[in-house]
Design a protein. Structure first.
Length: 96
């Protein structure tokens, strides 16, 4: 089985540290939005689905070490809106 570093390496250049800038921001938005929803207790799979769907609903913002972010195009409110959309989809169409 390949090591993580090998899977994310091209021409001996490691790429595993390039991340979607929205990942941690979506996690924070999920915490806030899910705390707002009384009576909704998502399963582990639901949380994963909400996270993946919310990220897919947003434009990707990939950065690598040393990146300079001049302007944030995705607002906190947009993040919460997409998380709410993802919660609606997942809660009404669970995959189990």
């Amino acid at each position: 089985m390949e090591e993580k570093e090998d899977k994310y390496c091209v021409n001996n250049v490691p790429l595993h540290k390039i991340r979607n800038r929205n990942e941690l921001r979506v996690i924070q938005a999920m915490r806030e939005v899910l705390n707002e929803l009384e009576g909704y207790h998502p399963s582990m799979m639901d949380v994963e689905d909400i996270y993946a769907l919310a990220l897919n609903l947003l434009p990707p913002r990939y950065v690598q070490r040393g990146s300079i972010v001049l302007r944030e195009e995705v607002t906190d409110e947009m993040l919460k809106e997409k998380v709410r959309e993802a919660v609606e989809v997942v809660s009404t169409n669970p995959k189990y």
